[in-house]
Unconditional design. Sequence first.
Length: 89
Amino acid sequence: MRECSRNPERPAALLDAHPQAVAVLTGHAHTAAASVFAARPLIAGPAVTWTLRMPWEGDLPADRDQPPGLAFHVPGDDRRLTTHDRVVF
C-alpha cells in the first residue's frame, strides 16, 4: 500500500485499464472514510477493533472505547454501489 501512496498514478492507471471496476474498497483503516480515487468511489470500511482519532478528537491517537463496525457493499444496476456501515455491539 505504501507504494500506491507514493505513486498514485500506478494504481490509477491499473483502474483505468479495467473500466469494469466501479469502486475501490479497502479496510484495516481503523476508521471509516469515503473519498474519490481515479474517478471512482474509494471506501474504507470501519474498524473491527479500535478506532483512530482525528486530530480534533483529542490527544490520544486511538479510541479503544468505540465499538467495532462493518461495511456492507451492495452493487446495483448501472454501475452503482451502495455501502451501509453498521456498528457491532
